[in-house]
Design a protein around this ligand. Structure first.
Ligand code: GLN
Length: 191
C-alpha cells in the first residue's frame, strides 16, 4: 500500500515509521506535487490544527487534498487530524476539510493538564491511548460509526472511508488502529 502523510506540521514522522514497519510505503506530502497519481490512503497527523489549516491553504494543498477525501480516498486523522476532518468545531466559525459529520471540541480535556495515557477500547479491543491536548467528539451524524468511548466521551469514529481518533496510536507499540485502517484501504482501493 502507498500511504501519504500530511507533513507540514506535527508528528508525521511517527506515522511514517509505523506505516513502514508494517511493510507499506509511506511518503511525506508537503506540497501538491508530492501527491502521486496512485495513492491508497492518507494520514493527517496530530499537531496544531490551526497551524496545519493555515499551511494547507498557504501551500496550495487544501483543494487537492479535500478533493481526494471527497472522492473516497481512505483517510485517517489523529487528534489535530480529526479536527481537520470535522464538519463542526465547537466555538469556531470555520471548519477545515469538513468532510466528516462530527462535532469536535478542541483541547477538550483542558489546556495544561490535558495530556494523559489510558487503556481503553478501540473497536472492541483494549489498547494503549496517549492523549495530548486532545479533542473529543460531542456529536455525530447518523452515518458515523462510533468505534471508541473513553469515560463517556466519543474518541474514535468512522464514516465511510474516513477514520478519526482523538488519541495518538503512532506513539504506542500497538498496531490495532493501523491494521483497522489498512483493512479499510484493502476493502476500498481507490484509483
Ligand atoms: N490541541 C491541538 C489542536 O487543537 C491538537 C493536539 C494534538 O494533535 N495532539 O489542534
Amino acid at each position: 500500500m502507498k500511504i501519504g502523510v500530511l507533513a507540514v506540521q506535527g508528528d508525521f514522522a511517527e506515522h511514517i515509521a509505523k506505516i513502514k514497519s508494517a511493510g507499506h510505503t509511506a511518503f511525506e506530502i508537503r506540497q501538491p506535487k508530492d501527491i502521486p497519481v496512485s495513492i491508497d490512503g492518507l494520514i493527517l497527523a496530530g499537531g496544531e490544527s490551526t497551524a496545519m489549516k493555515k499551511l494547507l491553504h498557504d501551500l496550495g494543498l487544501f483543494d487537492p487534498m479535500r478533493e481526494l477525501i471527497i472522492s473516497g480516498l481512505p483517510v485517517f486523522g489523529t487528534c489535530a487530524g480529526m479536527i481537520l476532518l470535522a464538519k463542526r468545531i465547537e466555538d469556531e466559525k470555520e471548519n477545515c476539510f469538513g468532510t466528516m459529520d462530527i462535532t469536535v471540541r478542541r483541547n477538550a480535556y483542558g489546556r495544561q493538564l490535558g495530556s494523559f495515557r489510558c487503556v481503553d477500547k478501540f473497536n472492541g479491543k483494549n489498547i494503549e491511548m496517549p492523549f495530548i491536548r486532545a479533542p473529543y467528539v460531542t456529536d455525530t451524524g447518523s452515518n458515523t460509526e462510533i468505534l471508541g468511548i473513553h469515560e463517556g466521551r466519543i474518541i474514535s469514529v468512522r464514516q465511510d472511508n474516513q477514520l478519526a481518533a482523538a488519541f495518538h496510536p503512532e506513539l504506542t507499540g500497538d498496531d490495532t488502529v493501523y491494521d483497522y485502517f489498512y483493512s479499510m484501504i484493502a476493502g476500498n482501493s481507490v484509483r
